[in-house]
Write a protein that binds this ligand. Sequence first.
Ligand code: SF4
Length: 397
Amino acid sequence: MSNTPMSMMRGVRVSVPMAWKRYKSTAVAHAASLTDYRVSDNKPAAPRAWERSEVQALFDQPLLELVFQAASVHRQHHDPRRIQLCTLMNIKEGGCSENCAYCSQSSRYETHSQAGKLEDLENVLVEARRAKENGSTRFCMGAAWREVGGRKRGFQRILDMVREIRGMGMEVCTTLGMLNAEQAQLLKEAGLSAYNHNLDTSREYYGKVITSRTYEDRLETIEHVRNAGIAVCSGGILGLGEDESDRVGLIWEMSRLPEPPESFPVNALIAIPGTPMEGQPPVTFQEMLRTVATARIVLPTSIVRLAAGRHLFTESEQAMLFMAGANAIFTGHRMLTTPTTSWNEDHAMLDRWGLSGMKSFETPRMAVDEHVSCDSSSSCGCARQQNRPAAEHAEVP
Ligand code: SF4
């Protein structure tokens, strides 16, 4: 009884140990000091520079202490009741020349995935409308390509997809493999909001997963995306046989980018028969939670996205991931080649936990992007003109 932190129990006065009081004030102060920047005028100040050993120390804390700190940081930078709903469509399945050891779409492995052609524009727009009607505010399109280079007609069709979907008032993301600077610029001009290009794992472990392109190749594409003014979506996969220091290494690499990624997707491996990873054991919930919470603290302004494998976790586990700072999910009927939960199930889940979906362009980063073309003669009343928090100007999808 003397160790309980409660000051009163059923009329019995219990003294609160000084150690607990000291612990509480230290923990709250620690959480506040974990990030040294706030969002003001839609522009984060320079991110905190993390040593890898500091990220490791965060990661190694007792799990619930880590979650508490992550939840505190989350509330400084995000509305904790809002979750972004995204839908990811596979617009060109299979036949990829890369050798990512987890992927069913690599042509190097015998898997259920069949090589297909690039989807027609109209089919994609039908899916995007359906996603919007069901409450998704970001529509992502993935093509199983090593790179965009040399696919002129296909790339033009993708630019049309981006234009049309952006015209629906949705945020648009693509993942098309490696990009050069010119391709990134064309995507930006078409209205692309974000580009996904994962680092997957730590620099040291990367070579155990992929040998057909390097970590530096990936960083170069990310640089082209950033230079074009497109938001960077980059994250990783848990369960590739990596150890905890590789998860720390991945998060640390993200913190060293010139700007933190707008979005950090966390995938739990779904071991696909026929791939070199087919025998990997599933990621535990605690491993997922620890990684999400650490990412939330180290990347405080990023959207932390629960990606492939979310359906492996129970609803209560997902709620705890939201508590630890995850604030986006993929929803719909399929995620590239793996299942995900449906819009109806996800809306019901969010309702049960007092959560709701984000609007399009709700986050400061996206709102600035949406209004970037405003000039002083325009009368749209956007955040840029009125110097008000950008989220106030979010458009209802
Ligand atoms: S580049 Fe993408 S589609 Fe190709 S094998 Fe790797 S993960 Fe799969």
